[in-house]
Write a protein that binds this ligand. Structure first.
Ligand SMILES: Nc1nc2c(c(=O)[nH]1)N[C@H]1C(S)=C(S)[C@@H](COP(=O)(O)OP(=O)(O)OC[C@H]3O[C@@H](n4cnc5c(=O)[nH]c(N)nc54)[C@H](O)[C@@H]3O)O[C@H]1N2
Ligand SMILES: Nc1nc2c(c(=O)[nH]1)N[C@H]1C(S)=C(S)[C@@H](COP(=O)(O)OP(=O)(O)OC[C@H]3O[C@@H](n4cnc5c(=O)[nH]c(N)nc54)[C@H](O)[C@@H]3O)O[C@H]1N2
Ligand code: SF4
Ligand SMILES: [Mo]
Length: 719
């Protein structure tokens, strides 16, 4: 809520929720007019209690960034030109219509990037533009991210967004697989100040265990850490579930009583012994047994797995097994286990349950989820000629060239398009291919409510932030861009849709939020009530919600064993054979995140990128010595699809045989306008990740565990 600005010399205080990552921290901004004086944590925020990370100050950098686009741009023979909004909408609509008329509606591809989910107006009005674009060729960042979580939610609990999260505030034992919340600030676990939460678990006598091919910041704090060979988590999980059955450790619970036929799981996992898991993962059989037994002995325990597990070749089966492990140990829907949040604006009640494999992609036959094809097949859909080939693209809040596998191939593919429109405020590696760029306002110039992340939060709260500064009159919100373009692309609509579009353009999407709040589970809550509480409202800890929270009509958990365990032959094939790729490779490549970075798009903030380059190749000393690589030395890294040259950073924190490069770098390409990022360019790990390496069960991209070879190049250089 903003205190009214009287004169530009008055200092005002504004409270809002930072929308840059999933953690929903409350910030307190001091400003004089539109000059920001400071950004600090809001200690009265009921969710974050004053915590922020270094990225919060980047809200100011984003707002003030001279490279941030504030007017629509058109690419012409003489370079980029500013154009009026009217011309931009007319030209964007005409260009899309022309391609669709010539090649059919599906010749337009759509890609939705991650920040769309962190955008209130965007989330609530995106359907208007998707309808008007009339194409069934859609992609998003979901299929290089959390797709397995949606599928497990849909199958087991009846809705793609019915996803339980660790009750980190009350657990006594937490096992973290393939997540580094100390850098990422948590994901599919909206939690502020995770460092403190982990310390608190230990302080109350509990335990935290991390399973990761890198001894991360989280692993350091946790105390117990096990290296795991990238991509082998699925074998570990099968053995862990098997151990529950063979050692009589399955625990009855309310959730388990709703999962009919769970006893049959034992049959599917029986061949996966601890010894086999040791052989495949590198974790000693005795350590695995101890890990399972300690978990079962703990009063309250939770197993949590994220990106490291989701984006590997058996990502979906792994996330399913994580859910089964929680279910079979009495940790699902119990205090201190995996619990279902109760958000004030209930997106589960306001969206479809999700569907899978209704259609298959044209070239490779990959399954859709909810109407979206796996992003790993985007470039082939542009490059492969024939009926249904993508000839134009529409992207929103995404930078697929740096974010999706075989980015170099996508870069080339985008170059070949007839037409492209991007809704984005940077001219970056992806949007440089656009014909028209439509830039929305920056985050602090809009209202905010985390429709998505309240649904994944470890404590129930409701927080609404009004725009801090009024947007310039001529500027547009994302939702306004969608609606104006939709009007031009599809002037005629069925009556009710026409009314909804009209009402949304006149009133803005907040009325939809208000309707959700009023229909929600907390009587008396409304937008006007939230506006009076600028720090937000505390709605209490998570509580047990089964069976009511199940969206299946019969109010039971559907285990869908046939679907999931049908993946076991593929698994056997992969793990039983030493493949040629394994014999040739020097290392398995994984990613990493850093608290001062945010995917590909926060690298234009000097404050965040300053200091030593973080885009380095992490390699273990023994491994480096074997390949004659010394600290700082330039190394050529080669995969099936590409090659990069990057300085080595030698560290014992990485497992021998594994190397790590962070994603989102590789700036300074011709035609981009991001001066700070260009000066800290780095290389793109997604020029190495392979569009052919996917989780065949879900279609999700597999960017962890990519086989690469390494060649020491020049003499050491300073990093
Ligand atoms: N600072 C910062 N915060 C962010 C982001 C960011 O880019 N920067 N991005 C945001 C987004 S979009 C997301 S989705 C979240 C992601 O949040 P997290 O899931 O916490 O993501 P990462 O930090 O990448 O952690 C993944 C971990 O998995 C490990 N890993 C890699 N391969 C394997 C494997 O095969 N097995 C196992 N067990 N582990 C493996 C990696 O070493 C790494 O430590 O973070 C969000 N927050
Ligand atoms: N190798 C590897 N690849 C990965 C990952 C990994 O761990 N390893 N992580 C994956 C994950 S989890 C994700 S989520 C994806 C992210 O992939 P993307 O979503 O494609 O990429 P981002 O880097 O988040 O780019 C966001 C874009 O949105 C713009 N933007 C920011 N805010 C707004 C806004 O409010 N409105 C509009 N219109 N635009 C905005 C930014 O300028 C930027 O261009 O990357 C994935 N790629
Ligand atoms: S942790 Fe995330 S939400 Fe919190 S201040 Fe940092 S970027 Fe913003
Ligand atoms: Mo993500």
């Amino acid at each position: 809520m903003t205190t009214k600005i009287k004169t530009s010399s008055d200092t005002s205080t504004h409270y809002r929720t930072c929308n840059l990552c999933e953690a929903m921290c409350g910030v307190k901004v001091e400003h004089q007019g539109t000059k920001i004086l400071s950004i600090k944590g809001d200690e009265h925020d009921p969710f974050s209690q004053g915590h922020i990370c270094p990225k919060a100050v980047a809200l100011q950098d984003l707002y003030e960034d001279p490279d941030r686009l504030t007017s629509p741009m058109e690419r012409t023979e003489n370079g980029w030109q500013k154009i009026s909004w009217k011309d931009a909408f007319d030209k964007a609509a005409a260009g899309i219509a022309k391609v669709q008329k010539q090649y059919g509606n599906n010749a337009l591809g759509v890609y939705l990037g991650n920040p769309n989910v962190h955008n209130l107006g965007g989330m609530l009005s995106i359907r208007h533009i998707l309808t008007a674009l009339k194409t069934r060729t859609r992609f998003s960042a979901t299929s290089i991210d959390q797709l397995p979580h949606h599928m497990v939610g849909m199958h087991l609990f009846g809705h793609q967004l019915r996803i339980p999260v660790p009750d980190i505030n009350r657990t006594q034992h937490m096992v973290i697989m393939g997540a580094n919340p100390l850098a990422s600030n948590g994901s599919i676990m909206t939690v502020a100040n995770v460092r403190q939460k982990i310390k608190d678990i230990k302080k109350r006598g509990g335990k935290v265990v991390v399973i990761d091919p890198r001894k991360t910041e989280t692993a350091d704090l946790a105390g117990e850490h096990h290296f795991i060979k990238p991509g082998s988590d699925v074998v570990l999980l099968l053995a862990m579930v098997n151990h529950l059955f063979t050692n009589n450790l399955v625990k009855q619970s309310n959730a388990l009583s709703l999962a009919h036929g769970y006893e049959d799981i034992a049959q599917y996992v029986k061949d996966y012994s601890l010894e086999y898991a040791q052989q495949q993962t590198g974790i000693a059989a005795s350590d695995i047994a101890k890990m399972v037994e300690e978990f079962c002995q703990a009063e309250k325990a939770v197993l949590y797995g994220r990106m490291g597990v989701s984006v590997q070749e058996f990502g979906l089966l792994s996330q399913y097994l994580i859910m089964l492990f929680n279910l079979l140990t009495g940790s699902l829907d119990e205090e201190g286990g995996m619990m279902f949040p109760t958000p004030a604006a209930d997106i589960v009640a306001n969206s479809g349950p999700g569907y899978f494999n209704k259609r298959q992609s044209r070239v490779r036959g990959l399954p859709d989820f909810n109407g979206e094809f796996p992003v790993a097949c985007l470039s082939e859909e542009i490059l492969t000629e024939g009926d249904g080939q993508i000839k134009a693209m529409f992207t929103v809040a995404g930078n697929a060239v740096l974010s999706t596998p075989n980015g170099q191939q996508l870069d080339t593919a985008l170059e070949s398009l007839d037409f492209m429109v991007c809704v984005d405020f940077y001219l970056n590696e992806t949007t440089r291919h656009a014909n028209i760029i439509l830039p929305p306002v920056s985050p602090i110039e809009r209202d905010h409510y985390d429709v998505t992340f309240h649904n994944l939060a470890v404590h129930n709260t409701a927080k609404f932030s009004s725009a801090m500064f009024n947007k310039p009159k001529e500027a547009r919100h994302d939702w306004q861009i969608y609606l104006e373009l939709a009007k031009r692309l599809q002037p005629k609509l069925p009556f009710m849709q026409q009314v909804m579009r009209k009402v949304t353009s006149v009133m803005g999407p907040n009325f939809l939020l208000n309707a959700m709040l009023k229909r929600g589970p907390y009587p008396g809550l409304s937008l006007s009530k939230l506006k009076k509480r600028p720090h937000g409202i505390d709605l209490g800890p998570l509580h047990a919600r089964l069976p009511q929270a199940l969206r299946h009509k019969d109010k039971t958990i559907h285990l869908n064993m046939d679907f999931y365990f049908a993946d076991l032959p593929r698994l056997k094939q992969k793990f039983d054979a030493v493949t040629q790729a394994q014999a040739d490779q020097d290392a398995l490549l994984i990613g990493r995140r850093h608290v001062r970075s945010n995917n590909s798009w926060m690298h234009n903030s000097q404050r965040l990128v300053k200091g030593k380059s973080r885009c380095t190749l992490l390699i273990h000393p023994e491994h480096a010595a074997k390949l004659n690589i010394s600290e700082g030395q330039l190394v050529q890294v080669t995969s099936r699809v590409g090659q990069v040259e990057i300085a080595a950073e030698i560290s014992e924190e990485i497992m021998p045989g594994v190397v790590s490069i962070p994603h989102g770098w590789g700036h300074n390409r011709k035609g981009t306008v991001q001066s700070v990022a260009d000066a800290h360019a780095g290389v793109s790990v997604n020029d190495l990740t392979d569009d052919r390496m996917i989780d065949a069960l879900s279609g999700n991209a597999a960017v962890n565990g990519v086989p690469v070879t390494l060649n020491a190049l020049a003499e050491p250089v300073a990093v």
